[in-house]
Design a protein around this ligand. Structure first.
Ligand SMILES: C[S@@+](CC[C@H](N)C(=O)[O-])C[C@H]1O[C@@H](n2cnc3c(N)ncnc32)[C@H](O)[C@@H]1O
Length: 288
């Protein structure tokens, strides 16, 4: 069947005088997905190099993939997953940019917080890229460090991204011990957030894959966000993240802020180059 389809596409290409490539997505062939309705989008290479990973396919610029510093942070992060279990380069590029911006004017009191760390892919990349071995703000990695994914009814279910979860907090502590300002906090969110020091938050990364816990965390932490703080919502746009997206959108409305569905901005002004369909969304608390 697969070969027949490929042959058919080849023949169609010959008939219309075009070469058509069938790409895999996230390592899966389109013939293995159960969906029967497909949209075939033309991506001629004259428009640019194709980026096709993590539910994002585009021919727009993605020069970060040529940057040695980015590539070395990505390699370090993938080491946490025991290899390139999934290509999340675009999200990584955004979070590294966002943390860099948050670091620009940070004062000694302010902290970074991540709710949902697992093995620490993003945290490892941030630590490597922004040299957290030198003088950096305290960065709290809060997670229950459990390999089980608990559904909203309290039942443990297999995680679709089990490679990102960690059931061994000591291994995570061991990995991050060479970064003096990175602190591991193990426990259930929201309750464990009481153990966070009462300091202003300059950057908050929310990645719990759990709408209820994300809402509770936001409610607890909102009063501590500095003006100009950056919040990164990992699962805003992705398949299966609809409930979380509602939490993020409601939070933005309640805060009187707008979610930025963008990939590039600078200073206090948004420079929208192109709206992308990435999983990741960023909310910037504008300076007052
Ligand atoms: C997708 S993973 C995080 C991935 C991570 N941000 C990375 O860079 O790879 C989601 C994490 O949230 C944790 N988690 C989910 N609900 C939680 C809760 N209520 N309290 C604490 N941790 C939770 C899970 O154990 C898991 O480690």
């Amino acid at each position: 069947m697969r070969y027949l389809f490929k042959y058919l596409v080849l023949v169609i290409g010959l008939v219309i005088g075009r070469r058509i490539n069938i790409l895999k997505h996230n390592g899966v062939s389109m013939l293995r997905y159960p969906e029967i309705n497909w949209s075939l989008v033309p991506f001629p290479s004259q428009k640019g190099k194709v980026y096709n990973a993590d539910n994002l396919a585009t021919v727009n610029r993605h020069v970060f993939l040529d940057c040695p510093k980015f590539l070395s942070a990505k390699k370090v992060a993938e080491g946490r997953w025991g290899g390139a279990a999934r290509d999340v380069s675009w999200r990584l590029n955004i979070i590294l940019w966002a943390t860099g911006r948050a670091l620009e004017n940070i004062n000694t009191e302010e902290i970074f917080v991540e709710c949902g760390t697992g093995k620490g892919y993003m945290a490892a990349a941030i630590a490597e890229y922004h040299d957290f071995k030198s003088n950096r703000p305290n960065f709290y990695l809060v997670d229950n460090y459990s390999s089980e994914l608990i559904n909203p009814h309290g039942v443990a279910i297999p995680s679709p991204a089990s490679f990102a979860y960690s059931g061994d907090v000591n291994e995570v502590k061991e990995y991050f011990k060479s970064y003096p300002s990175i602190k591991i906090i193990k426990g259930q969110i929201p309750e464990i957030l009481e153990q966070l020091p009462d300091k202003p938050i300059a950057l908050l990364h929310i990645d719990l894959n759990n709408a209820h816990a994300e809402r509770e965390a936001l409610n607890i932490l909102r009063g501590r966000l500095i003006s100009g703080a950056i919040i990164i919502f990992d699962d805003y746009g992705g398949h299966g993240g609809q409930e979380q997206a509602m939490v993020h959108e409601n939070f933005a409305v309640e805060s009187g802020k707008e979610l930025a569905n963008i990939t590039d901005w600078s200073g206090d002004y948004y420079l929208v180059t192109q709206v992308q369909k990435s999983n990741l969304r960023v909310l910037i608390f504008s300076k007052s």
